[in-house]
Structure formats: C-alpha cells, structure tokens
Design a protein around this ligand. Structure first.
Ligand code: NAD
Length: 291
C-alpha cells in the first residue's frame, strides 16, 4: 500500500514518521523542503509531485495549518480532487470548519474518491508517541478500511458519524483548550503578582479541582522551562476559536467566555505572540499586568 502525507510540520512530521516506523511506504510533501529532508533521513520517501501521488497513492493524508491551505490542496485547480484517481482515499487531520469538510467530501465523492475528516488532539507529544485522539467523520466502511493506519498514529480513535462530525467534536475540544489556556495563564500570572512560587501552585492545583491537562501541559512543557517554541502556535489556537465562533453563530449559540478568549488571543497576536506556543498567553498576561 502506498501512502502520501502532505504537511510535515510540528504534527505531520512525527505522524508520518510513525507510519514509516510501522513499515508503510510513505511519500511526504512539504512546502519548506527542510522538513522533507528530515523525513527522508528517517526513511520516508520524497520526490514525487502532488499530481504523481494523486495518481499513484492509495491513501493521501494531510495535516496543514489553515482552512485556506486545506481548501487549495483538495479543491484548487492543481489540487488532489481535480488530479486524483478514482478510488483514492483522502484523510484530513487538519482542524478546519465542518462546512469545508462537507464541501471537500462532496467534490471528492463526485470524483469517485473517499474523504474522511480526522482531526487530532494530543499535541506534538501525542504525535511523537502515537497516542493521539483521532475523531473521524465520514463513511464507516471507509473508516474501517483505514483504521489500521490510524492505529499507528493514535491510541483513542473514534468514528463519530457523518463527514464534518469529527471536526465538530475537535472544535468543541478547542473551545475548552482556549478557555483553559486563559484560565491557567490568569492563575499563574496572578500567582506571580502575589509572590507565590508557580511550582508550588502547580503541585497543589494538580491535586485539586483546578487541575487540567492544559494547565499541566503549559506549565511543565513551557512555563517552567521558560521556552515557548511551538508546540501548538497561538496563531493556530486563534484560528480554531474563530472557527468555533462561526460554528456557534451559525447555529445561534452563545459563547460569552469563548468569544472573549478569542478576542484576547487576537490582541496577543497583534503584540507579537502569534508564532509562539499557545502557552505564551502566560507571557502576554504578564505583559498586560506590567502595563
Ligand atoms: P505547522 O505549521 O507546524 O505545520 C504545517 C506544515 O504544512 C508546515 O511544515 C508547512 O510548511 C506545510 N504546508 C503548508 N502549506 C502547504 C502546502 N500547500 N503544501 C505542502 N505543505 C504545506 O502546523 P501544525 O502545528 O503541524 O498543525 C497542522 C494542523 O494540525 C493545523 O490545522 C492545526 O490546527 C492542527 N493541530 C495541531 C496540533 C499541534 O499541537 N501542533 C494539535 C492538533 C491539531
């Protein structure tokens, strides 16, 4: 079976490597060529064009940053749906909107291809350790066919119904990731102001109701080490919260806290924190407290 993986970034590279490790023949494509070299050093194959892979691969997987990147990759004139062969299976691991998933799936189906939306959660550590949660929308028989591949990438794999549903679940996850990020950042910066050591706070709150996986991630992997290289860029969290807000607006649901966190992150982006890991909301809050 020939697999293609497009988008060898913070998530895609370790995911594609896990497929190579599992013995699959995997061809990688990335916009910046240094990532392709890293993939090749690990035993991944490179050098085939998107059009060649769309004709030759059995399954094409994507993990791209923004909805516009995903739309272009699948539906653009040079994209996969216009150039792929019938019978091709497409799996998108990126976080986009449910509407875009349905649009791609409809075009793919008309071209005789199968599309699954399969956003992931668990971060770069989950991608490296193959412990991701994967929430999949689309045809159940197609899901069953590709399950052995997904099992090489994640530990908790869920089929959640029709196409787009995986993305709805993922966006609800991101709403809580955003709010928990802000909650942890506010508590840590307030602790700083009060002169309370953050390691003590983390130890105690880890055994209290305030415990959260996001607080634990942000503190142990970033704040404690004073390093904010992503990880998961704040720009991407902002993109997700904009998608959540659109999803809520479309259905007429209120998001008083979620919408406010989206605005705070938007401001943090304008202050230059966008390329940093999302845990840098702690830095932004500290900066705000200094003003
Ligand atoms: P990233 O920016 O680290 O990686 C994206 C990669 O795609 C980059 O290497 C970029 O060069 C490449 N790329 C962009 N456009 C391309 C194109 N047209 N052709 C080929 N390559 C292209 O992003 P990431 O953190 O890996 O996130 C990817 C997706 O996964 C996003 O939708 C994000 O929301 C989602 N996600 C990320 C995390 C995380 O912790 N980083 C976790 C869950 C989900």
């Amino acid at each position: 079976m020939k697999l293609a993986f497009i988008g060898l970034g913070n998530m895609g590279l370790p995911m594609a490597r896990n497929l190579v490790k599992a013995g699959y023949e995997v061809y990688g494509i990335n916009r910046s060529k240094g990532r392709e070299e890293s993939f090749a050093e690990f035993g991944g194959k490179v050098g085939l064009s998107l059009k060649e892979l769309a004709q030759q691969a059995d399954v094409i997987m994507t993990c791209l940053p923004m909805p516009a990147d995903v739309e272009q990759m699948f539906l653009g004139p040079e994209g996969i749906v216009s150039n792929g062969r019938k019978g091709l299976t497409l799996i998108d691991f990126s976080t986009v909107s449910p509407d875009l998933c349905v649009k791609i799936a409809t075009a793919a189906e008309q071209a005789g291809m199968n599309f699954l939306d399969a956003p992931v959660s668990g971060g770069t550590v989950g991608a490296e350790q193959a412990t991701l949660s994967i929430m999949v929308g689309g045809s159940k028989p197609v899901f069953d066919q590709v399950l052995p591949i997904l099992e090489k990438l994640g530990k908790n794999i869920y089929h959640v119904g029709e196409v787009g549903n995986g993305t709805v679940v993922k966006l609800l996850n991101q709403l809580m990731v955003g709010i928990h990020t802000q909650a942890a950042s506010e508590a840590m910066t307030l602790a700083d102001k009060m002169g309370l050591p953050k390691d003590m706070l983390h130890r105690i709150l880890s055994n209290s109701f305030a415990q959260s996986r996001i607080y634990d991630r942000h503190y142990t992997q970033f704040v404690e080490k004073d390093t904010f290289q992503p990880g998961f860029a704040l720009n991407l969290l902002h993109k997700d919260l904009v998608l959540v807000k659109k999803m809520a607006d479309d259905i007429g649901a209120a998001l008083p806290i979620g919408a406010h966190v989206e605005q705070l992150i938007d401001t943090a982006k304008t202050k230059g924190f966008g390329e940093k890991d999302m845990s840098a909301m702690y830095l932004y809050m500290n900066e705000k407290n200094e003003q």
